[in-house]
Design a protein around this ligand. Structure first.
Ligand code: PLP
Length: 399
């Protein structure tokens, strides 16, 4: 008998659960886009987005998903033929690199595998070899959502500076923003990108590019940029429609306003990070217990606790992950994330990975439901696992 009736939980790493408040805020008739409240509402989003990215510099909103933000930031900072250095810790680096190649950039990738963070010293070493400063940017993914590895962005900045290298530090914060601590200005990122559908709790549809003065200077020589992607008219628009290069994403703006009220004005960005850290500690504690069992093949993908994201957790369960995902969805109403980038989709190995999204609108009660459901699936399916996981998770949440 299925126990899937009742509210469903979506625990995939994006899109994340949208709060009812955000959905209600979007349930409005279409507004006037030439004058009236929508104009002020749009202006009000900018300082709050900057508060989330922890920057005093500029912020631009594009209609689009994360791929749009990837392309936007590259187009504004590069010319055809530029060389970019991509440290890889999972398949999202591959995705960004592919768009870079599509724009006519040359890509050099340094692969750190699927289980360890970026080794900043290795990047510093490569930059020191680049005496003619051919490398124009380092494209770093803060949290790679496929592997759930979090890399140290401040350490990358220190290495770039120590090498005396002028490359821009461009950071993909799609998965991490408003989940894992990220400090754009303090850590010395020149640009950061994010989307609204993960930590920012709004249905997929708008994305953000944050950029500082060094990135603005790169914009002056960039020949990849085209009219639509140009961040200049969007950042300080002399007429409203230039914010979006056309009609604004009206209802997304309503939703985002509500989400930013929750994050910036009610809970506070630092408290949001702390909540995610606590929730993630419960996930890690549960897996520590499950992994400790006899003959168990369950394993957290990221071995070093300091490099585990607070937004998403990738798990290895050779041969049985798909079965577990299907069971929790059909029998319990919980949707977990598929494994991405760990094995080719048409191979048996592909069925050995899954992910838990724990980003955005998520409470302690909700993560206990997810962990309890996984524990139930392990029992129902006879998958070997250690005991006491839920006890460990409860202790982690109790603090
Ligand atoms: C989700 C995600 C993206 C891509 O976002 P889309 O909205 O799917 O285009 C890029 N980078 C990271 C790290 C992500 O988590």
């Amino acid at each position: 008998m299925s126990l899937a009736n009742g509210p469903k939980t979506l625990a995939i790493p994006g899109p994340s659960m949208v709060p009812d408040r955000v959905l209600r805020a979007m349930h409005k008739p279409s507004p006037n886009i030439y004058h009236g409240p929508l104009i002020d509402l749009t202006h009000s989003l900018i300082p709050d987005l900057k508060a989330v990215a922890r920057t005093e510099h500029d912020a631009t909103i594009y209609i689009g998903n994360g791929h749009a933000a990837w392309e936007a930031v590259l187009a504004n900072t590069h010319s055809r033929g530029d060389l970019v250095l991509v440290p890889r810790t999972g398949s999202f680096a591959d995705g960004w690199a592919e768009l870079a190649r599509g724009l006519g950039l040359r890509v050099e990738m340094i692969d750190f595998g699927n289980r360890d963070p970026i080794d900043a010293a290795a990047i510093g070493e490569r930059l020191r070899e680049d005496k003619s400063h051919e490398i124009r940017s380092v494209l770093a993914v803060h949290v790679d959502t496929s592997s759930s590895i979090r890399s140290d962005i401040a350490a990358l900045r220190r290495e770039i500076d120590a090498a005396g290298h002028p490359a821009l530090l461009q950071v993909d914060c799609m998965a991490s923003m408003a989940c894992d601590r990220f400090e754009m200005d303090e850590w010395g990122a020149d640009t950061a990108i994010a989307g609204c559908q993960k930590g920012l709790m709004t249905p997929t549809g708008v994305c953000f590019v944050f950029y500082n003065d060094r990135a603005s200077r790169a914009r002056e020589r960039a020949d990849c940029v085209t009219g639509y992607w140009d961040w200049v008219p969007r950042t300080r628009p002399e007429i409203y429609f230039r914010y979006f290069g056309g009609t604004g994403p009206t209802h997304h703006l309503y939703g985002l306003r509500e989400a930013l009220d929750m994050i910036v004005h009610e809970e506070g960005v630092e408290n949001v990070w702390t909540r995610h850290a606590r929730v993630a500690s419960a996930v890690h504690a549960a897996f520590d217990a499950w992994e400790a069992g006899e003959n168990t093949a369950l394993e957290l993908n990221v071995r070093d606790p300091a490099s585990r994201s607070h937004a998403v957790t990738a798990i290895r369960l050779p041969g049985r992950a798909t079965e577990l995902r299907n069971w929790v969805e059909e029998e319990m109403g919980l949707t977990l994330g598929i494994g991405v980038g760990m094995a080719a989709p048409d191979t048996p190995e592909w069925h050995g990975f899954f992910r838990i999204g724990h980003m955005g609108h998520l409470s302690g009660h909700s993560i206990l439901g997810t962990l309890g459901t996984i524990d139930t699936a392990l029992k129902a399916l006879g998958i070997p696992h250690g005991t006491g996981a839920l006890d460990r998770a409860a202790r982690a949440l109790a603090g």
